[in-house]
Design a protein around this ligand. Structure first.
Ligand SMILES: Nc1ncnc2c1ncn2[C@@H]1O[C@H](COP(=O)(O)OP(=O)(O)OP(=O)(O)O)[C@@H](O)[C@H]1O
Ligand SMILES: [Mg+2]
Length: 467
């Protein structure tokens, strides 16, 4: 400001025109922080002295020290010093030599100036000293700063508002639509699609999601159709299974009647009731009788299995004497053991509580396991023991037979499964005995377990609840 004033007052100083200079200073005093200004001529004699309040003559001349003038001669543009809350700035008023000639020609007569020519080709024709109130300046700066803060704050708020509107329109609104659509679809409305047609990431995400929903919808429809087909086929299979069981039941009944007649009449003839028979005839009749019995067992097994599969096998439970049952089964099996010259031992201690079970089926279970033990034992014997453990009847049948490999144990309970080919050919059978036995034990709420050492023997453990 001081430099501008020095520049503007060049003419006023040169011609020492107080009116021009006062007009210039009036403008300067619009700035309230300027306390007073003195304009000097080249000899440092004041031309005009004004102060802020009265805009009349200043109290002091604020003479410019010689040291300051020396600095100006060394081309310093201004000199400032701070004193008692005020900033004093002194600047030289310069004119350039060509301009000086012009001005001289404008002036009439000889100019009474002794211009100081500086090294830069300009001449110092006067000085301006300006005193500025620091307090006023600071409060003015604070005022400006406050306005700056208010304007920046307002601009930031407007910007934030605009930004939130843009984010709302571009991001939040599409995401809300997407979330709502996803909820509707998640409730099972797979025929719905989300309607967002922007080309940004949200639009791409929506397209991918819609594609996925369409696929889920199509696949669900396909699955529904397949499910219906499965239900239909399941019904058909059930019906076929029912027919198969009915067929097996009626067939086995039809087969058993004539078979029983064959076995019965061959036994009558063997006893000689129908008259004497030759040794050759006796031999043939024996074969007819044993083959018939074998066929009868096979037919009964097939029928049992069909009944178990269709869930039609019913248990007729009654109170049983365990010892009686064991004795009767052992009696039936003893001829087989005697024939093979192996022992059949019953190992039972004390009295047993009654067992609530199906008599025929318990007989069948024990007969299957004990006859197997005799069938696959060639040396030593078979031991049957029984005990009561935790309200369960535990019967174990152990033998000193051929044994079963560990990995084969689960296989022996499969239908029509027989292990060793050569033994089987020797011993016969169909591989249904243990499959039926396991089902019957489980129908009684029991379990069957096997421990065996190949070449040393096997032990079967049957556990059936007493009640
Ligand atoms: N005590 C045993 N020792 C060794 N192997 C056995 C014994 N018990 C059963 N097995 C094996 O398990 C197989 C299946 O036995 P399962 O009683 O089901 O059939 P099977 O006796 O061969 O014929 P079926 O009992 O129908 O007349 C037998 O063929 C035999 O290989
Ligand atoms: Mg068997």
């Amino acid at each position: 400001m001081a430099l501008n004033l020095a520049y503007d007052s060049e003419y006023g100083v040169l011609v020492k025109d107080k009116i021009i200079l006062k007009q210039l200073l009036d403008n300067i005093f619009k700035e309230k922080n300027i306390l007073h200004v003195v304009v000097f001529d080249e000899n440092v004699s004041p031309i005009v002295m004004l102060n802020q309040l009265s805009k009349t003559h200043a109290q002091t001349s604020n003479a410019i020290p010689l040291t300051t003038i020396a600095l100006f001669n060394n081309n310093n543009k201004y000199v400032s010093e701070i004193k008692a809350g005020t900033l004093k700035i002194s600047v030289p008023v310069k004119t350039y030599n060509e301009e000086l000639i012009d001005y001289e020609s404008l002036l009439e007569g000889e100019p009474d100036i002794t211009p100081q020519t500086s090294s830069s080709g300009s001449t110092i024709i006067g000085y301006i000293s300006m005193e500025i109130s620091l307090k006023e300046t600071i409060s003015k700066l604070v005022y400006i700063r406050n306005w700056c803060i208010i304007i920046i704050g307002l601009l930031s708020m407007t910007f934030a508002l605009l930004l939130s509107k843009i984010i709302n329109a571009m991001v939040i609104n599409p995401i809300s639509i997407f979330a709502h659509g996803a909820r509707v679809i998640a409730n099972g409305n797979y025929d719905q699609q989300i309607d967002i047609s922007t080309h940004d990431e949200i639009g791409q995400l929506t397209n991918a999601f819609n594609h996925m929903v369409r696929m889920v919808y199509n696949r669900t429809n396909e699955l529904k159709k397949l499910n219906l087909l499965l239900v239909e086929q399941n019904e058909k299979l059930r019906e076929m299974d029912r027919l198969k069981t009915e067929f097996l039941a009626s067939m086995s009944h039809e087969l058993r009647t004539p078979l029983n007649a064959i076995i019965g009449f061959s036994k009558v003839m063997l006893k000689g009731i129908d008259g004497p028979i030759s040794d050759l005839q006796k031999n043939d009749l024996d074969i007819i009788c044993s083959s018939g019995e074998h066929l009868l067992v096979l037919i009964s097994d097939v029928l049992d299995l069909a009944k178990i599969e269709s869930g039609r096998l019913e248990l007729h439970k009654e109170t049983l004497d365990i010892e009686d049952i064991l004795n009767s089964v052992l009696d039936k099996c003893r001829p087989l053991a005697d024939e093979k010259k192996i022992s059949l031992t019953k190992n039972i201690d004390g009295k047993f509580p009654p067992l609530l079970a199906d008599k025929t089926r318990v007989n069948q279970i024990l007969l299957n396991i004990i006859s197997n033990a005799i069938k696959f034992t060639y040396d030593g014997g078979v031991t049957v023991s029984a005990e009561v453990e935790d309200n369960d009847l535990l019967i174990s049948i152990s033998d000193t037979g051929i044994g079963i490999k560990k990995e084969d144990i689960p296989k022996i309970f499969e239908r029509f499964r027989q292990l060793d080919g050569s033994n089987i050919r020797r011993e016969g059978g169909t591989g249904l005995g243990l499959a039926i036995t396991k089902e019957l034990v489980e129908m009684h709420g029991g379990t069957i377990q096997v421990k065996s050492v190949p070449g040393a023997g096997s032990a079967f453990y049957v556990r059936i609840p007493l009640k």
